[in-house]
Each structure stands twice: as structure tokens, then as C-alpha cells.
Design a protein around this ligand. Structure first.
Ligand SMILES: [Zn+2]
Length: 304
């Protein structure tokens, strides 16, 4: 049995998978934010819970909202900044009393989709989560690709390529820089961009969600269409960094924004316009496992 833990900033989810991927048990609770020891104890308790439910013990893989320094083992770059500097893997091994494999949550997403999701059958899978933030991971032959810095696919913290004057310096990011791709392409960033432009013509315009803005796009609202076109252009410019470097075999999108069908019709031509290569044949597809991909991929960290 393979147990996966998704240690997120807002929720902790634990799933138990059979060797062929069948889900045997699942539990999800709110994250005790800023309480590191409380999170460790809770994870140990939840893993015990799924093992009790199934009557089996399992390997444990954990997806983190950050990554570990490969030399010191200390967490770095976590959006839940209270995790940074903590020896997460060794602490998890202590409370779970077994070896634990950890990976960035977006790496887990890529692994999940590569093993038995939309990236199955492709050798190099780029997984991109576009939700409240943006994260990306690379799976090669179904395994998470970790470089010597555990920093692969962190293109969300590159500056948006070819910014125009209005995009400099760009919004501040939790990483300490300005204008990161993540700060332009997340769902809240899209909603913020729409609101800023609506504010030019209207006093105190309503704050629409990404979903509501797309309804405006579909009903022919000119402002919404312009903001959506610019969003697609920014998403494509961001992806061009990875395509120009790695040229993955498939790009799988997850997170709330990935549920917008117009992404898949509008994005490929714009990526082709943003990359060095004028041709762009790479499939861009939605995730198969949706919100479950992160926790399933964590379990698959122990796949042979
Ligand atoms: Zn950043």
C-alpha cells in the first residue's frame, strides 16, 4: 500500500492507494497554520487513521508547499513561510517511524498525471498548477525530476518575459522579488487585473471572480475579452521559458484556472508566438485527477 500526504497551506489530505492506484482510504482536514509541531502530530495521526481503516501499513510520500535544501534537508521557498528552515523530512520520519519521501507539491502533481493521468504515455511531463498561486513540476519516466538544488520547474518565480512598460516592476511576490510569472497568471492575479481595468471606467466596480469574468467574456463583454486575451498572452510568455529550455512532451494544467475550457483553444497559438521555435506541437491538456493529483502523486513517490 502507498500512502500519500498532501501537506498544503490550507488543508492536509492523506490517501491510501493500492499498488495499481485504486483509492483505499482518504481523509482531509484543515491545516493548523503556523503550528509546525501540530502539523507533524496531525499527519502522524491521519496516516495512522488510513492504516487503521485499511488494516495495512504503507510507504509514505509527502507533498510539500516548498522544497528541501538537498544538503541541509531544511525547507526553503515554501509559500507557507513558517515551514522554511525546518528539517521536514527527518521530522516526518521521526513521527511516522519509517523512511519518508518528500517532494514539492507541484512535482507530485506532475508525477500523478504522468503515472496514470493526462501525461500517461509521455516521457517528459510538465505539470503546471494555476490556482491561488502557480507551481510547476517535471516528471521524467513517471518520476519527479529533482536537480541538485531541488529547484526544477520553478519558472513561476522567473520574471514575466518581455514585459511592457505597464508590467514593470510588476506586483510584489512572497519570494521577495517583483513581477514573477506567478504574480501574473494565478487566478487572483487575473481577477485583480480585470478589477484594475474596470476601475478606469467605473467607480468601485464589482470584484468578479475568474469564473464570473469568463461569463462576461462569453457574453461578449469587450473589457473582459481584452483582459482574458492579455491573461492568455502572459500565461504563454511564462510557459515559453520552459518550452525554450526543456521542450516537454506534454503540458498538463491543474488548479482552478485549468477548468476554463477556453484555455485549451486559446493558449497553443500564443505559446507558438512566444517561443523561439515558430512551431508548437506540444499538447496542453487538463489534469485527469483534478484536486486529487497532488496527494496521489505523493503516494506515487514510492512507485518502483
Ligand atoms: Zn516570486
Amino acid at each position: 500500500m502507498l500512502v500519500g500526504v498532501d501537506w498544503g497551506g490550507t488543508k492536509i489530505e492523506v490517501v491510501a492507494l493500492g499498488e495499481a492506484g485504486a483509492e483505499l482510504a482518504r481523509v482531509r482536514v484543515a491545516t493548523p497554520r503556523s503550528d509546525y509541531d501540530g502539523c507533524l502530530a496531525l499527519i502522524a495521526s491521519l496516516v495512522g487513521q488510513v492504516e487503521s481503516t485499511t488494516g495495512r501499513t504503507g510507504t509514505v510520500g509527502v507533498g510539500l508547499p516548498g522544497s528541501l535544501d538537498p544538503r541541509t534537508g531544511l525547507a526553503k521557498g515554501a509559500s507557507s513561510t513558517w515551514l522554511n528552515g525546518r528539517p521536514v523530512e527527518s521530522d516526518l520520519e521521526r513521527v511516522l517511524d519509517r523512511p519518508v519521501r518528500t517532494s514539492n507539491d507541484a512535482d507530485c502533481f506532475a508525477v500523478s498525471e504522468a503515472v496514470d493521468g493526462s501525461g500517461a504515455g509521455y516521457r517528459v511531463v510538465l505539470g503546471v498548477i494555476i490556482g491561488t498561486g502557480t507551481g510547476a513540476g517535471i516528471a521524467i519516466d513517471g518520476r519527479a525530476h529533482h536537480g541538485p538544488n531541488n529547484s526544477a520547474a520553478e519558472y513561476g518565480h522567473n520574471q514575466l518575459p518581455r514585459p511592457d512598460v505597464s508590467e514593470i516592476p510588476g506586483p510584489a511576490c512572497y519570494c521577495g522579488r517583483h513581477g514573477c510569472v506567478e504574480r501574473w497568471v494565478s487566478g487572483p492575479s487575473f481577477a485583480r487585473d480585470y478589477h484594475q481595468h474596470a476601475s478606469v471606467d467605473l467607480i468601485d466596480p464589482p470584484r468578479l471572480s475568474a469564473k464570473e469574468i469568463l461569463e462576461q467574456v462569453r457574453s461578449g463583454n469587450r473589457l473582459a475579452q481584452l483582459v482574458w486575451d492579455r491573461y492568455l498572452d502572459r500565461l504563454a510568455r511564462g510557459l515559453s521559458i520552459v518550452v525554450n529550455t526543456l521542450d516537454p512532451d506534454v503540458i498538463v494544467l491543474g488548479g482552478g484556472m485549468s477548468n476554463i475550457p477556453e484555455l485549451y483553444t486559446g493558449l497553443p497559438a500564443r505559446v507558438a508566438g512566444a517561443t523561439f521555435s515558430p512551431c508548437f506541437y506540444t499538447p496542453i491538456v487538463p489534469a485527469t485527477h483534478g484536486d486529487s493529483s497532488g496527494v496521489r502523486g505523493a503516494a506515487w513517490l514510492w512507485k518502483d
